[in-house]
Design a protein around this ligand. Structure first.
Ligand code: AMP
Length: 393
């Protein structure tokens, strides 16, 4: 990356402020149910401590409190878990800016300090310069390790870089190196698997990948708009009627540039989402039926293309994988990816990451992105403001 890395910074005796993504899932009793995001930050945090930083000040958003203090969106559970994982005292503060925060940091005996949820202040998402300056005033250098919010120009991801030398953490760097290689210089054949609910979310992604990919496999809810564009029956399946024209254009463009688009061609359908007993396999979806998963012929067809791949990017489940009866396609694709040798397998964040984890093959993937929206925008070829704002090498 052409940006400073945490390794390029002089950290000894310094106050280091780090933007992390600690937006972890909690249960009703405020227990963390999955600490993947905290674990993901540990390499950077441990490195900064090992370099002898005087203070390590951690900041994150949590949920969407929309500029107000919301009691069950405090970062206290995160501070508690960090204390266990780092084996160091952690001071949890009641706010993220102001004189009290400054005074507490100055007299803290703990080196690790967690600021309260940034989004308790509406200025965070507004990228307010005065707020960003107040955050910056707490430290000597800034590190961004929150890939999941790098696509947002917020005070803690973009504004703050105007006041401090700014470097990428290890997690951010890792994301950029895997996703960057896939969009810039993938080992070929490069195969993309797309699924999920909506075509509209993935139009820019497909347009950008048409320049890079050899094959694009399309399953899930978004396939039906493409199938309709080819004149096929889709019954009651998910359909974005206003996107049929765009789907047609994308298919034509793919043909022109020689990208092999493979659409699902057999389907597991039901007559009602909740009527699992009606589940059956069809190649033509009649009125009154709804496709919720890909069928065995599509699974075989997708696998045959994947068997030749050297790079695979997967974004979006190929069926309603949350429900076991409709999960077979997504499960088989996930399990097949896990068997591929010498292939770079990259899973876009969000639902596809949840799917590989549900089917127990997460440790078999080369890289699982921690940022859903951010990885999508990166793959669309967009410049992410949180990365662009870091100090050049
Ligand atoms: P997205 O956020 O666009 O990646 O969509 C993910 C969601 O798409 C998941 O919750 C899946 O259950 C859903 N999904 C995948 N395939 C289908 C389908 N055939 N019909 C309805 N929903 C689907």
């Amino acid at each position: 990356m052409a940006k400073l890395n945490v390794k390029d910074l002089e950290l000894k005796g310094k106050k280091v402020i780090i933007r992390c993504d600690f937006n972890v899932p909690l249960d009703d009793d405020l227990n963390i149910t999955d600490d993947m995001r905290i674990q993901g930050a540990l390499p950077t945090l441990k490195y900064v401590l090992a370099q002898g930083a005087a203070k390590m000040i951690l900041m994150s958003h949590f949920g969407r409190p929309e500029g107000k203090v919301v009691e069950n969106m405090r970062l206290t559970p995160v501070a508690k878990r960090l204390k266990e994982l780092l084996g160091e005292d952690v001071l949890m503060l009641k706010d993220c800016i102001g004189d009290d925060v400054k005074a507490a940091i100055a007299k803290s005996s703990a080196r690790v300090i967690v600021l309260e949820n940034l989004r308790f202040h509406k200025e965070e998402t507004k990228n307010d310069p005065a707020f960003a300056k107040q955050l910056a005033s707490l430290a000597d250098v800034y590190v961004n390790d929150a890939f999941g919010t790098a696509h947002r120009a917020h005070a803690s991801t973009e504004g703050i870089t105007k006041y401090l030398k700014s470097a990428a953490g290890f997690l951010l760097e890792k994301e950029v190196s895997y996703l960057g290689k896939a969009v810039e210089n993938p080992d070929k054949p490069f195969v993309v698997i797309l699924g999920g609910a909506k075509v509209s979310d993935k139009i820019l992604l497909i347009e950008n990948l048409l320049k890079k990919a050899d094959s694009i496999l399309i399953g899930g809810g978004m396939a039906y708009t493409f199938l309709k564009a080819q004149g096929k029956n889709v019954g009651n399946s998910l359909l974005e009627a206003d996107k049929i024209g765009i789907a047609k254009d994308l298919l034509a463009k793919a043909k022109k540039v020689g990208v092999n688009i493979v659409l699902s061609s057999d389907f597991m359908v039901v007559d009602n989402f909740d009527n699992k007993d009606s589940l059956k396999l069809v190649t033509d979806i009649e009125d009154g039926w709804e496709g919720l998963d890909i069928g065995p012929a599509t699974i075989a067809k997708f696998k045959a293309v994947l068997a030749r791949a050297k790079t695979v990017v997967w974004n979006g489940p190929v069926g309603v994988f949350e429900i076991d009866e409709y999960a077979k396609g997504t499960k088989e694709i996930a399990e097949y990816l896990a068997t591929l040798k010498g292939v770079t397998t990259i899973v876009g964040g969000g639902d596809s990451a949840a799917a590989v984890s549900k089917f127990g093959v997460d440790d078999k993937m080369t890289h699982i992105s921690t940022g859903g929206g951010a990885s999508l925008e990166y793959l669309e070829g967009k410049v992410l403001p949180g990365i662009a704002a870091l100090t050049d090498k």
